[in-house]
Design a protein. Sequence first.
Length: 469
Amino acid sequence: MEALYRKYRPKSFSQVIDQVQAKLVLQNAILTDRVSHAYIFSGPRGSGKTTLARILAKALNCPNRKDFEPCCTCESCVSIDKGNHPDVVELDAASNRGIDEIRRIRDAVVFKPMMGLYKVYIIDEFHMLTREAFNALLKTLEEPPERVVFVLATTNLERVPPTIISRCQLIEFRSFKEDDILQQLKFVASKENVPIDEDALKLIAKRASGGMRDALTLFEQVSSYALNDRITVETVERALGLAPIGTVEEYLRALMDGDPRQASEIVDRVYEEGYDIEQFIQICLEQVEEKITVHPSTEMIALARDLMNLTSEMRFFENKKMACKLLSMDIAAKRGTKAQPTQPAQEQTKNVERVEQKSEAVNVQSKPTDQIDISALLDYLREQGDMAMYVALVQAKIAKRDGTVEVSFLPSQRFQYEYLREKLFELEYLFKTQLKLNVTVELKVDEEREKQLLEKLQRMFPGRIKIEE
Ligand SMILES: Nc1ncnc2c1ncn2[C@@H]1O[C@H](COP(=O)(O)OP(=O)(O)OP(=O)(O)O)[C@@H](O)[C@H]1O
Ligand SMILES: [Mg+2]
Ligand SMILES: [Zn+2]
């Protein structure tokens, strides 16, 4: 059976969802007969690059074209849709990286089209070409033959040499809005007679992260799992191996309530039930994002930041479950302190009682420190598009001590540390202007933090935490 995403590939401009800029540029070029000899289609996976390249090829070759729209029924249109038109060549540079393919194209472009009016070469993932292949392509682009159009599609524009970009017309494709995906899924579901709840479709749309192909593939996976039963949110969760939303909520509650033990148990459960831990945290983060969008609160924003930290810190550990568990407990414990002030550090003799009290934070700093809220600064950086500084600060642990702000990183985050070291002056200036803090910034790599965190957690939960070497 034909895959759904192929079956529902738009055949004409009018069926293409969004991608307004791309459509406008191409339609105008066709209408005014000023089609460029080379386009770069740049954008994420499944955003319609191949789809629009084919529609362009059809429009250029269709004898019954109306304005810019191909007829989609003539021999030329049908064979382009089927992928067997002699003048429309699709090449995947990811598997044909070398110079031979490009030479073949260079030699072929001098001949007239066989069947239609234009030869169209669609090169997918063309950033993967080797240097020699790029150079050969460049030569062809420098002396564009008549009636040849190149469409160079890429998901990684930053890997394309500027010499190529400057010789092509660049058209950018965008990820789809969740709502656009939802509408398309609704359309396909009704066409395919698949009974499905709106919430279930919403969940699929969200999991597709902006890609239409992924959305349709996930939908297909879910509907074949459900056979003919009505599809609910639970069906989608089961079919796609997503942890139930109830568990997500429970985990978020444990973090917010400052309950490390509960948080740890939930992570265990998620793991034992076979869910992917990283995906679980990702879903939690999306859930928090949704909450913030509906109802912004400083607490939720802080939780989002903690979860982003967790995601990036977890990346450095081999044992994801352990890392997730410890870091989750850290987040919960930190929140526990907010509600009840930290007790003075004492000799730990009655571990069990201490666990019950749950008021001791997993505060790995020995000296008294003052956590500071830098969300205003983060907002500013995001607005400015300074993502490098933003990411570095999101991952840091930031504490204030008298006239000094200490920005510390785990050993695994040395790169961020090095990055900020170059920007120390700017950072102090930002603290002053965005946070009204006139302080000296001290950067450090905290070799001890990891070790202390593990030891502290071991003391809080005697016998329950194993440190796997
Ligand atoms: N703009 C769109 N409107 C409707 N459906 C779309 C659109 N873009 C993509 N799709 C759906 O997604 C599928 C994949 O699209 P397409 O092959 O054009 O993506 P692409 O951008 O070339 O992706 P890749 O970079 O992975 O090659 C299509 O077959 C179609 O079902
Ligand atoms: Mg493609
Ligand atoms: Zn036609």
